[in-house]
Design a protein around this ligand. Structure first.
Ligand SMILES: NC(=O)c1ccc[n+]([C@@H]2O[C@H](COP(=O)([O-])OP(=O)(O)OC[C@H]3O[C@@H](n4cnc5c(N)ncnc54)[C@H](O)[C@@H]3O)[C@@H](O)[C@H]2O)c1
Ligand SMILES: [Fe+2]
Length: 412
């Protein structure tokens, strides 16, 4: 039977659609990364290299009030670039804040958006740069699709935690549905990330601890993600290796520039790892409890991570055994199970040592809320990477443990 041109085209299209390279992956990162103490002084040159003419600087309000943005402002104006400052990022960003920032972008006619602050300010800047004129609920973006933007985008983190300066994610609270929505897409990867540890020297101990454990959570979840790739694994491993040494010192001795530098680079590496490999159940639940009970993101992760590791261990004992090596708690004489347990114990101990909470008690969580939290966590895109399949009932059981602070003895 003769095969028509249309038949051939159809077969080719089908094949292209179904074709997935074996173990294939794409890895995205910022075009330019600049690091080092006081490297903010190089900002003007880099922005010129990226073709910026007018910058909308989106800053955390507190960071701006502390004067930490003045070096950026000076570098931008000295380079002869236009500058508009939007310094109204207060707390974790929501849809109303993004609408205000979008208005500032339109009025200023800026061609480059630069976020300066913790993950909240960076996420706000990313959303302002990418969402454009969209008027509907943010939840519409849940499944991604943000592939292009019309303005340049840069990020200067002032906390070492989220890795937002490299990731293809922004997390915005949708006030229509009252949930935190992680929005994902290639356009959200900044063109430039600038890591200046001098901007982090004054971060209070509690915030250093919480944001640092966010970094650890990114590394651990990416390392055992279902979608992990060799580059993400390498970045996550190195992030953990550095963090376990640097974080306690950065919390106890905030002005140690070397440890702040190491933490900034750890956050960056863990960000690269998870942006390209996904996260897991800890983040899927953290987004829900963070939004509902106003628990800072890093604190929510610190509470949940050991419990989620105990739950996931059934499916990724070998992965956690390698995490134990990265954290320096693995010994040659140990069995795989002992290494896995050593990793979980090390994470629990770190949370305790840093003075972070170990249960949800005292945050206003009641048993009655748990089924709804579980249903919402099941919808969170971060769950896709989780190594163990999970049901709403299992999430409720896990949350009951976290609420009571009773840590499971086996792999629950
Ligand atoms: N985009 C991503 O890939 C990603 C990943 C993880 C988390 N997040 C999101 O990031 C947000 C949390 O970011 P965060 O943990 O960095 O906290 P944050 O940005 O909310 O900052 C926490 C506090 O630290 C203060 N602060 C920041 N820098 C400071 C400095 N140098 N000195 C003194 N105070 C300083 C801020 O004013 C704020 O009060 C959450 O909304 C979370 O969901 C995003
Ligand atoms: Fe996070």
């Amino acid at each position: 039977m003769p095969v028509s041109t249309a038949d051939i085209a159809s077969i080719v299209n089908q094949t292209l659609k179904q074709y997935r390279p074996y173990k294939g992956f794409a890895f995205r990162s910022p075009a330019i990364t600049v690091t080092g103490g006081y490297c903010v002084n190089q900002l003007g040159d880099i922005l010129q290299e990226l073709g910026a003419t007018h910058v909308l600087l989106v800053a955390d309000k507190m960071v701006w009030q502390l004067g930490l943005v003045s070096g950026c402002e000076a570098a931008i104006t000295t380079a002869g670039l236009g500058l508009t400052v939007f310094s109204d990022v207060e707390g974790e960003p929501d849809s109303a804040m993004i609408a205000q920032g979008l208005a500032a972008l339109k009025t200023s006619e800026a061609d480059f958006v630069l976020g300066v602050g913790g993950g909240s300010a960076l996420d706000a800047a990313k959303a302002i740069a990418v969402i454009g004129d969209y008027q509907g609920p943010l939840a519409d973006f849940k499944v991604g699709g943000l592939a292009s933007r019309r303005v340049g985008l840069g990020a200067i983190p002032t906390t070492a935690g989220t890795g937002s300066e490299v990731t293809d994610i922004t997390v915005i609270k949708d006030l229509v549905y009252n949930i935190k929505v992680p929005i994902k897409g290639p356009a959200l990867v900044p063109d430039m990330a600038l890591l200046d540890p001098a901007l982090m020297l004054g971060v209070p101990a509690g915030i250093t601890a919480a944001t640092g454990v966010d970094t650890l959570t990114h590394a651990v979840e990416a390392y055992v993600s279902r979608q992990v790739n060799p580059l993400s694994k390498a970045y996550a491993y190195h992030a953990m290796e550095t963090l376990i040494r640097a974080l306690p010192v950065a919390v106890g001795c905030g002005e140690d520039m070397d440890m702040r530098y190491d933490m900034a680079v750890s956050a960056y590496k863990a960000g690269l790892a998870f942006s390209n490999a996904g996260l897991g159940l800890t983040h899927a639940i953290a987004h829900q409890i963070g939004s509902r009970y106003h628990i800072p993101h890093g604190v929510a992760n610190a509470i949940l991570l050991p419990y989620v590791m105990a739950f996931n261990a059934l499916c990724c004992e070998a992965g956690y055994a390698e995490v134990a090596s990265a954290l320096g708690v693995s010994r040659e004489s140990m069995t795989q199970r002992e290494r896995c347990n050593a990793a979980i114990t090390a994470v629990r101990q770190l949370v305790i040592d840093l003075g972070l909470p170990t249960s949800l008690a005292g945050f206003g969580v009641v048993e009655h809320d748990l089924p709804q939290l579980a249903e919402q966590a099941m919808q969170d895109i971060c769950l896709i990477g989780n190594p163990r399949q999970v049901t709403p009932v299992q999430i409720v059981t896990l949350l009951e443990q976290v609420l009571s602070g009773e840590f499971p003895e086996g792999y629950c």
